[in-house]
Design a protein around this ligand. Structure first.
Ligand code: 5AD
Ligand code: SF4
Length: 493
């Protein structure tokens, strides 16, 4: 149901606050796949001589949604700009995962208010995960009424029509589907650089008790294998060197197919045969990561030996309260199995500290698990209550000061491990995909190893986009430095 509303109405009726009970009753109705998307005729050329700017917050899923929105806008004739003053359309593609992500967006809206006052013709839109939250939409309508357009994560393909409404309407246009829509296959995407993202699925059905994503992104639905494979083949033909398969829980890929049996491992086994130098995937869930996938990853080739495997906590009791559906032992066994098949694997993870009720002993189990696994890196977070999620209703007896201390201790450990794992590469020669010039020094090139480590070295700009061998000469906590290994001359005898 589309909720097209005007500002004189009671908006609350159009939103369902996140509700675990309702969300778990997710319909079994089939998700239809559409292959016939077109920019509506009256919107073709609408962006001629106009400029757009999209600010993206949050995860790679959002980055990729931005590529789709850029594709749509450019098909309508809009051109990109980085200058707010030049832009005719500004979209904020938002993230709701933690409170500080939301604060950043409200801060930016505050800055944009003055611009909107100077330039009333500017269309200012808010999209992404925050728009799926009733409380956020209400706050924007009450305190940031200068916003022209709000649309949700299931409404991206509607952008051309919504822009038109926002352009001609004096009142705020709001379209947020609380229920996920169908899969729209042939949306345009504007990809840049040598690395590409490919969605393999949308949504999440895991309902970890702290997480807002199952509500903002809807139920799990997988793209058909032939559509994913066709997109990867096409990117290979275009010369992309690295592809990252995206999903909130890629290991659940294919579980929603009713007519075929085809898992994430099957998909990886097929993608392995496509001629792209590197294939990555994110994010994995330890519960669904199966032996078949480990076996396929063991075939290596373009499947890189880096796995991001969020653990969240090292204590079984906390994991239970997070509803992660695995234990500390399960995770340790899984990591052991992965290492048996891929002894040189780089494992990285996500960790939440200060979950409601987490004791010192339980936190110490996270620290000991980190050591035991020997992660190379972790994204670490202080627990942030999200309205409507089950954890937000749990009594949180861990003082903020304690949470901060735990984060500090954990980060010290993370940094020490990063440095130690980089040290191990000293003196070795690694395969590097050259991404571009380094941010601070145009004479230095920046690239990444198969295990996603950043490395700087001196070399010709012609190497950008190519694969080279680099000898590692320096190891720091976050970065490696090295010297390019000259290609040996091939002597003909
Ligand atoms: N508070 C803190 N961190 C969170 N994450 C997800 N939800 C929350 C929350 N409410 C973290 C998890 C997840 C990562 C993307 O963000 O670690 O893996
Ligand atoms: Fe959130 Fe990931 Fe859990 Fe899904 S699996 S609910 S996206 S943390």
């Amino acid at each position: 149901m589309a909720n097209q509303v005007k500002s004189d109405k009671d908006y609350s009726q159009y939103f369902q606050p996140p509700s675990l009970t309702d969300a778990k009753k997710r319909g079994k109705e089939e998700i239809a796949v559409h292959y016939d998307f077109m920019i509506p005729e009256d919107m073709q050329g609408f962006g001629k001589d106009k400029y757009y700017l999209i600010r993206t917050y949050g995860c790679q899923m959002n980055e990729h949604d931005t590529e789709v929105m850029k594709g749509l806008l450019e098909q309508m004739g809009y051109q990109t700009t980085e200058d707010k003053n030049q832009a005719d359309v500004i979209l904020l593609n938002t993230c709701a995962i933690r409170e500080n992500a939301e604060d950043k967006v409200f801060g930016e809206l505050g800055h944009l208010k003055a611009l909107k006052a100077q330039k009333p013709g500017l269309v200012l839109g808010v999209c992404g995960c925050m728009s799926q939250e009733e409380a956020v939409v209400n706050r924007i309508m009450q305190k940031h009424a200068f916003v022209d357009l709000i649309f949700g994560t299931h409404n991206i393909h509607r952008l051309p029509a919504l822009l038109k409404d926002a352009f001609y309407n004096k009142e705020m246009v709001v379209e947020v589907w609380s229920k996920e829509g169908d899969i729209v296959e042939n949306l345009p995407k504007k990809r840049e650089g040598i690395r590409a993202w490919v969605n393999i699925m949308f949504g999440c059905d895991k309902f970890c008790t702290y997480c807002i994503v199952p509500y903002t992104r809807g139920k799990e639905r997988s793209r058909r294998p032939q559509d994913v494979l066709a997109e990867v083949r096409d990117l290979a033909r275009q010369g992309f060197q690295e592809i990252t398969l995206l999903g909130q829980n890629v290991n659940a890929y294919g579980k929603d197919f009713e007519d075929i049996t085809y898992s994430f491992a099957d998909l990886m086994d097929d993608i392995r045969k496509i001629d792209v130098p590197r294939i990555r995937f994110t994010t994995s869930h330890p519960r669904d990561f199966d032996d078949q996938l480990i076996e396929v990853l063991g075939k290596r080739g373009n499947l890189v030996e880096h796995i991001h495997l969020p653990v969240q906590s090292g204590n079984t009791e906390v994991l239970k309260r997070m509803s992660r559906k695995y234990s500390r032992d399960h995770y340790l066994t899984l990591a052991r199995k992965i290492k048996e098949t891929l002894p040189d694997v780089v494992l990285t993870t996500d960790i939440i500290v200060g979950f409601p009720g987490e004791t010192d002993e339980q936190f110490n189990e996270t620290m000991s698990l980190y050591e035991e696994i020997g992660f190379d890196f972790a994204f670490t977070f202080i627990y942030s209550p999200r309205e409507g999620t089950p954890a937000a209703g749990m009594e949180d007896n861990v003082p903020m000061e304690v949470k901060k201390q735990r984060l500090y201790r954990l980060n010290e450990l993370v940094n020490a491990h990063s440095k130690a794992s980089n040290d191990k590469l000293l003196g070795q020669t690694v395969e590097v995909l050259v991404e571009g010039e380094s941010k601070n020094n145009a004479d230095v090139l920046a690239g990444r190893t198969r295990t996603n480590k950043l490395i700087h070295f001196t070399g010709s700009k012609e190497l950008i986009g190519r694969m080279v061998e680099v000898h590692v000469t320096q190891a720091q906590t976050w970065i490696l430095k090295g010297e390019i290994v000259e290609e040996p001359l091939k002597l003909s005898i």
